[in-house]
Design a protein around this ligand. Structure first.
Ligand SMILES: [Zn+2]
Length: 212
């Protein structure tokens, strides 16, 4: 009887320790996807183009943008250069008009799906400009800005949709209020901004998000 009990205890302990192990692993996976405002396992470029959100701000909006530099060209270093404040105006005539802008976004998703993070999600990136969402102005205060490398008229890549969806899922774990508030820049600055443009397939994005 004693031997039986011992064996049973041993078995139970092993089971329990496996369960604990599983919980720890799962918990880390969730918590580790965003740690103190930064994504794990993506390239980070620490832009100085940010400041603090107003105190007590609830982050409850996600804004989707597009950008390509020079316009319509993909793959160069220039978007990062712009967000880092080091865009060289001699590289392209288009840059002369924008190289002094102090702008940023929290993340860029490149054509191949690579994500680069520039600004801590808990801090205010400078992506939306004059804007309004559900009566609230200055959307930078309370939003997260995601840039897709692209244009209003060239379809985005499958990798970009997949990465955007996985990014949204990670963000919702830490910032649950963004769940029903995902918009395009065009929606919060109508008449002034058109991105992410007709090339962004909202239906496909929403389907992918719902099924993931
Ligand atoms: Zn935009």
């Amino acid at each position: 009887m004693a031997g039986y009990s011992l064996a049973e205890n041993k078995k139970t302990n092993v089971l329990n320790s496996n369960k604990v192990q599983d919980c720890i692993i799962q918990d880390n996976m969730v918590r580790d996807s965003i740690v103190q405002g930064w994504l794990n396992n993506v390239e980070k470029q620490y832009s100085s183009h940010f400041d603090q959100r107003p105190e007590g701000t609830n982050i409850d909006l996600l804004v989707i943008h597009n950008i390509s530099l020079p316009p319509g060209q993909f793959g160069g270093p220039y978007i990062t250069d712009l967000f880092m404040g080091r865009l060289d105006p001699s590289q392209d005539s288009f840059f002369e008009g924008i190289y002094q802008l102090r702008v940023s976004a929290h993340c860029l998703i490149r054509r191949d799906g690579e994500i680069i993070q520039y600004v801590n999600f808990d801090q205010r990136a400078w992506h939306a400009g004059v804007s309004k969402y559900r009566g609230k102005e200055r959307c930078n205060d309370f939003s997260i800005g995601i840039e897709l490398e692209g244009t209003d008229n060239i379809p985005y890549t499958k990798q970009q949709y997949q990465q955007l969806v996985s990014l949204v899922i990670k963000l919702r774990e830490t910032y649950p209020l963004i769940k029903d508030n995902i918009v395009g820049h065009c929606d919060i600055a109508p008449g002034r901004k058109t991105d992410p443009g007709p090339s962004f397939d909202w239906q496909y994005f929403n389907q992918l998000l719902a099924s993931t």
